[in-house]
Design a protein around this ligand. Structure first.
Ligand SMILES: NC(=O)c1ccc[n+]([C@@H]2O[C@H](COP(=O)([O-])OP(=O)(O)OC[C@H]3O[C@@H](n4cnc5c(N)ncnc54)[C@H](O)[C@@H]3O)[C@@H](O)[C@H]2O)c1
Length: 481
């Protein structure tokens, strides 16, 4: 079986004779799209092998990729375009065969590195831990077979210190076991990928930060990145050491997580004080130094902001043996994890606690607008609370037809949702389809005594006036309504 798999790689490479080989470890939201960007390089036409684990889920993804079905639903048309181009050129292969690493000139690490959170039913973070076991095993697998002059580029979000304290020693140890010297390069360059309408551009047409474990590694990373990223328009930023780029990534995300948790507190205050926080934010944004103050919403989800501040704090205490955690960053995660409880309280209070058997139309399940990703979506805690209160949920999301975490079907066609009677409508994700949507507005305004909760401010002032005529609407952060 292994021999057959390896034959497939050899066959793929002979069809791509002469091309430099890039192996991408991890075919998730980042790795699958990064593979496409490499397969459609700007100055170099690479042969790209995407490698994932031999698990059922990963094998399904690998088979889909090799059979012409891109496994991630995306609103960015460039994803499909790049995928089709790579299929025409036959320069992208997906596999779980680690033989790929033996053939690669560049290995990009795009695997997950999780934080294990222990939280109570209400999402209150009680403790957390980070295990590097899976990540170490992945590096070891590479070190066992890779070429001695390979570039190993870590893109996974790692606890600061990982390239120097974990990756380098494992690779050197594996080469020692093989009786050869490692003459390759190890670098770090984090992804700022946004899996939305600009999925490809967030990799190819955007600013990048990079470093190497030494100067020659940093030079090698730079020359590679220049072949896939439009660095003439988006110049690269080199930092002096891998600790620094690793810190930049988790600091960048902690900054965002903290800004969101901060506005959450003020959003609650605005509601109590009868103030429209949107109006306040617009006024403050006129000040150039305050342009990026966040808007209120249902909460924070996705794989990154919900864990990266904790990865940083874990690294501080574990890899750098500090006695003090990053208190503010940890607090931001705690606050954000619980944000959906606010939405639940608003719903409960507005229907006098009478939740059992109420019909609720939930508009949006994904954690982010115009993206099909339910990982750590804030909609989950809200829906779990509603289900525990014995409401009946009807779920809609244009990008998802099934919710793994709640094991529930999701309707993707909006019109199909509007032939039923609901007691409540909750706009839980700010997908573009919910904005200026006449059918949604017609449905709501044709009803009486419906309760609408707009968690993201998708309705315009005129729409709010129409809705208020016969129904009750609340908008998170709008104490004036
Ligand atoms: N999703 C985002 O928007 C985003 C943005 C920026 C950075 N990141 C970071 O990029 C990294 C990857 O994120 P993701 O969203 O793609 O995660 P993901 O969970 O979607 O994908 C990770 C993939 O790696 C595979 N994998 C795990 N161990 C492996 C191994 N040993 N060999 C081969 N494959 C292996 C998993 O099976 C999975 O398919 C994370 O560190 C994340 O924090 C993610």
């Amino acid at each position: 079986m292994e021999a057959l798999l390896s034959e497939r790689i050899e066959d793929f490479l002979s069809r791509n004779g002469g091309k430099k080989v890039v192996a991408v470890q991890g075919l998730g939201f980042v790795g699958a799209v990064m593979s496409l960007v490499c397969a459609n390089g700007l100055t170099e036409d690479y042969a790209v092998i995407g490698v994932d684990l031999p698990t059922d889920e990963a094998i399904a993804k690998i088979e889909a990729l090799n059979n012409g079905v891109f496994p991630i639903s995306s609103s960015d048309p460039k994803v499909q375009e790049y995928f089709e181009k790579s299929r025409k050129k036959s320069n992208f292969l997906a596999t779980h065969d680690t033989h790929a690493y033996a053939k690669a000139d560049v290995i990009i690490i795009d695997i997950n590195l999780d934080v294990d959170k222990v939280s109570c039913e209400e999402n209150e973070l009680e403790s957390y831990d980070v295990s590097l076991d899976g990540f170490k095993k992945a590096i070891q697998t590479i070190g066992e077979v890779c070429k001695s002059d390979v570039l190993i580029l870590v893109e996974t979000t790692v606890p600061p210190g990982t390239c120097q304290f974990v990756v380098k020693p494992i690779i050197e140890e594996e080469f020692q076991k093989r009786g050869i010297e490692f003459e390759g390069y190890i670098g770090h360059s984090y992804e700022r990928v946004m899996p939305g309408p600009k999925y490809i551009d967030s990799i190819q047409n955007f600013y990048r930060v990079y470093s190497g474990i030494d100067e020659r590694s940093a030079d090698r990373v730079e020359s590679f990145l220049k072949t896939i990223i439009r660095t003439d328009e988006y110049p690269l930023t080199r930092l002096s050491q891998t600790h620094a780029t690793e810190m930049a990534k988790v600091l960048e995300n902690s900054f965002r997580a903290m800004n969101i948790s901060f506005i959450q507190e003020w959003s609650n205050y605005a509601e109590e004080a009868g103030v429209n926080i949107y109006e306040v934010i617009q006024a403050i944004r006129m000040r150039p130094t305050h342009k990026n103050i966040m808007m209120p919403g249902l909460g924070v989800g996705g794989y990154c902001l919900t864990k990266d501040p904790l990865l940083a704090s874990w690294s501080k205490q574990t890899l750098f043996e500090s006695k003090n955690p990053l208190l503010n960053s940890e607090k931001a995660v705690q606050v954000n994890d619980q944000m959906p409880l606010r939405a639940f309280d608003i719903i409960r209070d507005n229907i006098n606690g009478d939740l059992p058997n109420k019909e609720v139309l939930v508009l949006g399940v994904s954690y982010l607008n115009d993206v099909g990703d339910t990982r750590y979506t804030p909609v989950e805690l809200l829906c779990r609370k509603l289900l525990r209160s014995e409401t009946n949920l009807s779920l809609h999301d244009p990008y998802l037809n099934y919710w793994e975490e709640l094991e529930r079907p999701i309707e993707t066609e909006f019109e199909k949702m509007l032939d039923r009677d609901y007691d409540m409508v909750v706009v839980s994700t700010a997908h573009s389809v919910y904005r200026s949507n006449d059918k949604l507005l017609d449905y709501i305004t044709s009803r009486k005594n419906l309760f609408v909760l707009d968690c993201w401010g998708v309705f315009s002032a005129e729409e709010l006036t129409l809705i208020k005529e016969n129904n009750n609407i609340k908008v998170i952060g709008r104490g004036d309504i």
